[in-house]
Design a protein around this ligand. Structure first.
Ligand code: IVH
Length: 684
């Protein structure tokens, strides 16, 4: 290749640039790549080689020039062609209606409120950017700044692959002579989590949320740092247009931007009435958790740009648009203490005790902290002001500390060396992040096991909750779940707060639980990885506890929905003499240890029939169990994302391979909650 001639090189360079621009467009805008990453890289490499040979052909819009070389001395200023306005906020339907009534009175002659159309656009929580193109070439990129003057971040934005360097698609021949576009740069949530993880590993600064990460990445003096950050962009407004197609409505503007090859949010909607605006806003709010970018509300804009213009501006916000904000997912509060909760399996789980705070519409007093390693990695200390986050229905999480607010009084947290309940030394298995209390007689575990045995999903014993379980264990009346069936009224009557009525109710409820189906007994035993669904599968297959106890790992693994992890756990469980003893005690008590009839899991509706799912990340239940649930309702679960995949279920900390592949193939990403909804409401 070294001997390629000048003319030939020039031709090939142009060809390569066109190809690379085109594939960027397919990948970043249409989400429909036609070539593999390796093939793409090969094109870029070839171009770079040719440009090295003939540097005179390097142009500023060449895809090789995305990484700007020289760090600037601070940012130059850019005056925006028009003020970059902000938006007024509404927080509920009443405030939205109030806005509608207000603008209804101010409409120009001949425009009726009931004829108004609106766009409803996700409000991405990122950083506003303003991009200028002249003759189809990217020439300037700026931040919003104070609305009038922004910072010149041309080189930084150039490193974002979703920012076209050249308008790649020109529908009517010539590109607009000049177009200034407003958009939001953001860091996808999955990329943010991955990025933070890597930063922490390298001992470098992490960001509290994707918004800060995006803003911090763009406002870097050295664009080569921006280049390493996984950023993307959505555009949503044309600020200025010369020599392009005349645009009358916001919807046309969005369509035009799309046709010019700018990334435009696929969730944007056009509403034909104000009722529809509110309905679409609700719909988007429901979808919020399934999107891979932070959405903090919807932006509602009057579609007719002339009407918007006529309504004018109050302060720094146009009257013709409004932000309908979702409840915030994050709040800051004080971390008062970290306590240890001993789980059913003996795991020691740190729990954050917080100064009560409103997050996303509820008061949060406690939040999850994963494990000691994670607490240290995030440098969370007792006494810190922390960011608490509540997304969807999951347990609130402590995101990280606000280090700027430290007083010096904060304490570093260490896992106790001994179980806080029984005092026995704790153990940390190799390759695991959790600590365990392995004392089989630890009352905390026993309390949890009894609570679990009595819970709704298992034996459903009314009146036997945490408090009663604690009391029974404390008084030494119960040493395992089977002991419940040997309780005598006299023993209970001696307990504080137990009058005759309460005792007889509790004993009746315990007695009634003997008739629960066999799979509930299996669930209640609390075998690791055996939740309701797996228990049903096992009950259906083996029909009795004796046959199940005789099963080997190999046999178990033959069953659909039972993987090696579950199989091993089941065999381990029944191999312990103590567990066999409990089973015998249950048998003597008359608890049902076999199916009277086969559990009818095969029957019933199959709302997921014909759909193939792939799971990535951590779900609220073991993955095998969730897979079994999907299969029970007719769906299939595959290991890898292919064109045949219908949905990617994204859990916490999803893997990059599946995620990127799904993105490449345009496969919809959903949450665990969405699947449960599909099962309950059917697939729409
Ligand atoms: S319209 C005058 N549309 O939300 C019009 N803004 O205060 C003002 N944002 O930081 C912006 N997505 O960058 C508009 N689809 C969208 C948006 C959006 C995100 C941001 C914007 C600004 C804030 C509004």
């Amino acid at each position: 290749m070294a001997e390629i001639g000048r003319e030939e090189a020039k031709k090939r360079i142009e060809e390569l640039r066109k190809l690379i621009h085109y594939h960027n467009y397919l990948y970043y805008v249409l989400d429909a790549p036609e070539i593999s990453d390796a093939e793409y890289d090969a094109l870029v490499r070839e171009l770079r080689r040719l440009e090295e040979l003939y540097p005179e052909f390097i142009t500023p819009d060449s895809p090789t020039q995305r990484v700007g070389g020289q760090p600037a001395e601070g940012f130059a200023e850019v005056r925006h062609p028009k003020p970059m306005l902000s938006l007024q906020d509404a927080f509920n339907d009443e405030e939205m209606w109030a806005w509608f009534r207000r603008i209804s009175k101010l409409l120009p002659e001949g425009v009726k409120p009931e004829d108004l159309e609106f766009t409803v656009e996700p409000k991405i929580d990122g950083l506003t950017v303003v991009l200028t193109y002249e003759n189809g070439v990217y020439v300037k990129g700026a931040t919003r700044g104070d609305g009038f003057v922004g910072e010149d971040v041309t080189a930084n934005l150039k490193t974002i692959k979703a920012v076209p360097l050249r308008i790649p698609v020109v529908p009517d021949g010539e590109p607009p002579k000049r177009i200034v576009v407003r958009g939001e740069a953001y860091m996808p949530i999955s990329a943010f989590e991955e990025f933070n993880r890597r930063q922490a590993e390298l001992g470098q600064r992490t960001f509290a949320n994707p918004r800060n990460a995006a803003a911090g990445s763009i406002r870097q003096l050295d664009p080569s740092i921006t280049a390493q950050r996984p950023l993307s962009i959505f555009t949503y407004a044309i600020v200025e247009l010369e020599g392009g197609k005349p645009i009358r409505t916001q919807w046309e503007a969005l369509e035009y931007l799309k046709s010019l090859g700018f990334p435009v949010n696929p969730e944007n909607r056009l509403a034909k009435s104000f009722e529809e605006v509110l309905a679409l806003s609700k719909e988007l709010m429901k979808k919020r958790d399934a999107l891979d970018y932070e959405v903090d509300g919807v932006v509602v804009k009057i579609n007719d740009l002339a009407v918007q213009e006529a309504l004018g501006v109050v302060g720094n916000a146009p009257r013709g648009a409004i932000a309908y904000k979702f409840p915030g997912r994050e709040a800051t509060t004080k971390l008062l203490d970290i306590i240890i909760n001993v789980g059913r399996t003996g795991s020691l789980n740190p729990v954050a005790i917080l100064e009560p705070v409103h997050v996303g519409g509820v008061i949060v007093k406690q939040a999850a902290l994963h494990n000691e390693e994670d607490i240290h990695r995030k440098d969370i200390r007792i006494g810190d002001t922390v960011i608490v986050r509540r997304a969807g229905e999951v347990i609130p999480q402590v995101v990280g500390p606000v280090k700027e607010l430290r007083t010096g009084q904060e304490r570093i947290f260490y896992m106790p060396k001994n179980c806080p309940v029984c005092g026995e030394p704790v153990v940390k298995p190799e390759n695991e992040v959790d600590y365990y209390c392995v004392n089989a007689a630890c009352p905390a575990q026993l309390v949890r096991r009894i609570e679990y045995w009595a819970s709704k999903g298992a034996m459903d014993i009314e009146g036997l909750g945490e408090k009663v379980a604690e009391l029974l264990v404390k008084e030494g009346l119960v040493k395992d779940v089977a002991d419940l069936y040997y309780l005598k009224p006299q023993q209970l009557l001696r307990l504080e707060g137990f009058a005759e009525k309460k005792v007889s109710n509790l004993l009746k409820a315990i007695e009634a639980s003997k008739q629960r189906p066999f799979w509930r007994v299996l669930t209640g035993l609390g075998i690791r990885y055996v939740g309701e669904i797996v228990a049903q599968t096992l009950a259906k297959h083996y029909l009795s506890i004796d046959r199940l106890m005789a099963a080997t790992e190999e046999e178990l693994m033959q069953i659909e929905g039972i993987g090696p992890r579950i199989a091993k756990s089941v065999v381990d469980f029944f191999s312990r003499p103590r567990h066999r003893e409990i089973i015998e005690k249950l048998r003597r008590a008359g608890v049902r240890l076999a199916e009277e009839e086969v559990v009818k899991v095969e029957e019933g509706p199959k709302p997921l029939a014909g759909l193939t799912f792939v799971i990535t990340g951590t779900l609220s239940v073991p993955r095998e169990e969730f897979a079994a649930l999907i299969e029970r309702y007719g769906g299939k679960v595959a290991d890898a994302v292919t064109r045949k995949t219908n949905y990617l279920i994204v859990g916490e900390a999803p893997g990059a391979t599946k995620y990127n592949r799904a993105r490449e193939l345009g496969i919809p990403m959903i949450t665990e909650a969405d699947v449960r909804r599909m099962i309950e409401e059917g697939v729409k």
